[in-house]
Design a protein around this ligand. Structure first.
Ligand code: ZN
Length: 355
């Protein structure tokens, strides 16, 4: 398709981004062109926007930002077989090579040759985006495009919470930012015996309560280790989903995990974290798991199933819906921590359609 479109571009290697007119992407033989209906903001987008150390090492401006989205296919490449014009799609945002050892052994989520949408190639904060056919995910129709857009971060939460036994277990979710909030929703959907959230921001504490947390612990006001043990008859929790990346919070998880329990780490600490491996890991016989991305495409099937089950309460997680043009306001909200998931719409009429 020829023509121009509006897009949020990380134009310069400094803080901020600009909305500008750019060319609509041209697709290759194995790609599809998608008209973006909804695109949600990820923590990594915020990092790129604020141009922190991590993003300086990952992103080479100019690049169109964004990767979480859903939209309608408007054009398909000459060799595309599984997707047709009019389909509603999202995409696995880690474009993997398909031929390395990890990919060939069902571990594509840790492919060494991963290309990331919105980081290594132009992203979804735009009216149109080009996606490889093999990475696209066909959505059901007549589902709120915002829910479909958040499937990708939802997948991170699903991967974290459900990468081991979780049904009927006591679960602690540490950090109730956008992904943590999705984690709380996922944990709630598998009927935990007790759902504990550890969070210090007032807005996020209220969000955790709205999502059905049984106990919310503010680590600024009380000792999370003491309180979690009190709440679990001195046994500790079966499962911890660590979404904060805070070194102190990570260390504390090993103190209140039940012997034999599982700690799944998704939140990224910015420095090394020291743990008492002998007493808190080995002698307790616990499992510590690193969680990255989504399993391809196992996690996507699980996420889709949870959305279709009706047991996943996503509405409280999506706290703000803005036209694409209001991205600066959106990033300002994220900076303050006063949001769950924020969804941007290249066509603002879509917001009203799903109210
Ligand atoms: Zn690979």
């Amino acid at each position: 398709m020829k023509g121009k479109m509006k897009a949020i571009v990380k134009k310069e290697p400094k803080e901020g981004a600009i909305l500008e007119e750019v060319d609509i992407p041209q697709i290759g033989a194995k790609e599809i062109l998608v008209k973006v209906l909804a695109t949600s903001i990820c923590g990594s987008d915020y990092h790129i926007y604020s141009w922190d150390e991590w993003s300086q090492s990952k992103v080479s401006p100019p690049n169109i930002m964004g990767h979480e989205f859903s939209g309608e296919v408007v054009e398909v490449g000459s060799e595309v077989k599984s997707i047709k014009v009019g389909d509603n799609v999202s995409s696995e945002t880690h474009f993997v090579c398909g031929h390395c050892e990890q990919c060939k052994t069902g571990n594509g989520h840790i492919c060494k040759n991963t290309i990331i949408l919105g980081i290594d190639v132009n992203g979804t904060f735009a009216e149109y985006v080009a996606i490889p056919e093999k990475s696209a995910w066909i959505n059901p129709k007549n589902v709120d495009p915002a829910y479909l857009a958040v499937q990708e971060p939802l997948g991170n939460a699903v991967h974290t919470i459900l990468s081991g036994d979780a049904v009927g277990k006591s679960i602690a979710v540490v950090g109730c930012g956008p992904i943590g909030a999705l984690g709380v929703a996922v944990a709630k959907s598998v009927s935990p015996s007790k759902l504990i959230v550890i969070e210090l921001n007032t807005y996020r504490i209220n969000l955790a309560k709205k999502l059905g947390a049984d106990v919310v612990i503010n680590p600024l006001e009380e000792d999370p280790v003491k309180r979690v043990l009190e709440e679990t008859n001195g046994m500790g929790v079966d499962v911890v989903a660590e979404m904060s990346g805070n070194p102190t919070a990570i260390r504390q998880t090993t103190k209140y995990i039940k012997p034999g329990g599982r700690i799944s780490l998704l939140g990224l600490p910015t420095k090394e974290v020291s743990l008492d491996i002998a007493n808190d890991v080995i002698f307790k016989g616990i499992t510590i798991q690193g969680i990255v991305g989504r399993r391809l495409f196992e996690t996507w099937y699980k996420s889709k199933g949870l959305i279709e089950s009706g047991n996943l309460n996503l509405e409280p997680v999506i706290t703000h819906r803005f036209p694409l043009e209001k991205f600066e306001e959106a990033f300002e909200l994220m900076k303050k921590g006063n949001s769950g998931k924020i969804v941007l719409y290249p066509d603002a009429n879509v917001i009203d359609k799903w109210k």
